[in-house]
Every structure is written in structure tokens, then in C-alpha cells.
Design a protein around this ligand. Sequence first.
Ligand code: PMV
Length: 359
Amino acid sequence: MLTEKDFITTTYNSIESASFEWSAPSNIALVKYWGKKENQIPANPSISFTLNNCKTITKLEVIKKSETNDFSFDLLFEGKPKEDFKPKIQKFFERIEKYCPFLKEYHFKIDTQNTFPHSSGIASSASGMAALAMNIMSLEKAINPTISDDYFYSKASFLARLGSGSACRSIKGEVVVWGNHAEINGSSDLFGVEFSEIHQNFKNYQDTILLVDKGEKQVSSTVGHDLMHNHPYAERRFAQAHENLSQIKAILSSGNVAEFIKIVESEALTLHAMMMTSMPYFILMKPNTLEIINKIWKFRNETQIPVCFTLDAGANVHVLYPENVKENVLQFIQDELVGYCQNGQYICDEIGNGANQLK
Ligand code: PMV
């Protein structure tokens, strides 16, 4: 089992220049991560579906430089310099330097773009940090070719976690667990691990993301996680996440979609209940979020089609359903839900595999 010390690189060569390119997807949690300890250690384990279409594509060019006092990088977003993203990258480099001591030896040109609209309310930090972490691991591999594939992906997830917690679940595998859990072999607080005992019923599971509110987040996830310190229900919530993960593990393996729906919807509402009961308290759902939830419940009751919802830290609704009911559900979305989306916008996605090397 890899420990924190294993990720500190000590021996490596040097290269003059290189370029790499990776895509990494977003992910949607089924059992939610909300609350963290020092160094991006989660307060409870979580599990997510990796998405396929909502991705960040990041190109990294590295050039050896002579002075090694500071980090040096240019940042382009969709081809244009983006100064306001730079502090986040600077902080990321500072956090990972201990594990990648070669960073100050190079100048980086980071060129990044998303496949989904920028202000869609879809968190780009998970896919963005995952794509950057993959590129940094490609550099590490170039200067230390002996590292194994397993180490490469585990460390990429470890680095991505230090950028944005949930990003560690966007590296590899269709379903990923992050955080120690007694019943999941190899699970770790330090990086995500692939969960592979998936029943056919959950293969190609669909996620249609209804864009209810594309505005800037009212509350950053950093602030949200912090509010779980001294939260009156925190300890019970963290224990519940362990219980729900035990249950969903069995459900994903046995293919019980009806039980899956119960856990997933309860987790989404619990996440928002934690926000509503923190101090200060806040509500990230919008009236249309609730309209959509009620419509989904009504449709499910009337048709017995196993469609359900989940939410992340915002107003958008992720509509989850098996591939074999895709046609019916898309028709339902068109007929009854599109009217609740901002400018009628939604994104069709499904389970994917994780990061991909493009160059
Ligand atoms: O990765 P962060 O710090 O942005 O936190 C994400 C938290 C949720 O999206 C609300 C839940 C989750 O597990 O992804």
C-alpha cells in the first residue's frame, strides 16, 4: 500500500524541453465528500461515477531554465492569457513541490480548455486539476522512466487531490472510491482507487446535467468544507457516509437499481441539508431545482422507469439513469424539464474511463 512518503521523488534526470497533452473528465459523486482535515484529507470516504464528455484538455510545454528560485509558468485558457487562474496554480505548485522537487527547474506553459461552457456551473476544478496532474506525471515519467504504471496513476491522483479534493476521482476508472473504508481493499485518504465490481446494470450509466443556474457559485467548496468543522451533525454525517458506501458497494455489484436510487438521492439531499444547517447557513438549490426533483419523482412513480437525481454543490441537477431507458428519459427531459433549465440548456454525459493522453 502506497504511503505519503512513497510519493516524494528523490532521484530524477533532467530534460531540455518536452510537451505533453492530457484530457481529464469531471466526475459526479454518489456518496458525497463534504468536510476535510488538514492537507486535503477527506473527513469521510466518497465514491463517484467518472464522466465522459465534460472534460478539461490541457497541454503542457516545459523548458529547462537556469535559475531555480521560483516557480515560473504562463497560463492560457482557451488560447488567451488568464491571470485570475494563476494564484490557484501557484498554490497547487507550492503544495506539490515536496513531492515533485524538480518543478522549479522548468518554465511551464499551461494551455487549457474545457469541453463544457465555462460558466455552466459545472465544477471545472476536478477535471482541470486532474488534467494538470497527469501532465506533471508525464514530466516525472520523462525524467524518471522507471516508475510503474500503477505508481504513475496513483501519484497523479495524489497530486490532483492536493489541487482540489474531488479531482483525485477523475484520473482512472469508471467508478472511483476516495477515502479509507473498512470494506474496500486498497482504499486510501491519499488518492482515488478504481472500484471495478460493477454489475452490467450500471455499465454506460447516463448522466444528463440540467443547467438550472449558470452563475458564479455563492459559496466556494473551500468555505463549504470548512463549515463542517463544529457543525452540529458532522460526526453523524461522516459515519453515515461510511454506512452508505458499504451499501452502495453491494448495490453496484448486485445491480439493484431501486436501492441505488435511494442512496444516491438521499446523499444529494443530505449534502444540501448540511449546507442548510451550518453556521452561516446557505441554500444552493433554486426553485427550479425543486421543480425538477418533483417532476422526476412523479415520472418515476407513474412509469416505473428507474431515473433519479443527484446534486453537487450548486443548483444544477444531474439526472442519472440506465442506458436502456435513454430514449424515454431524454423524451421526458425534452417534454417536462428543459423549461426549468437556464436558456433550455443541458449536457448529455455518461460514465467514462478517466484521463487520456493526447500527446
Ligand atoms: O473537490 P471540492 O473541494 O470542490 O469538493 C467537492 C464536493 C462535492 O462536489 C460537493 C461532493 C463530491 O464528493 O464531489
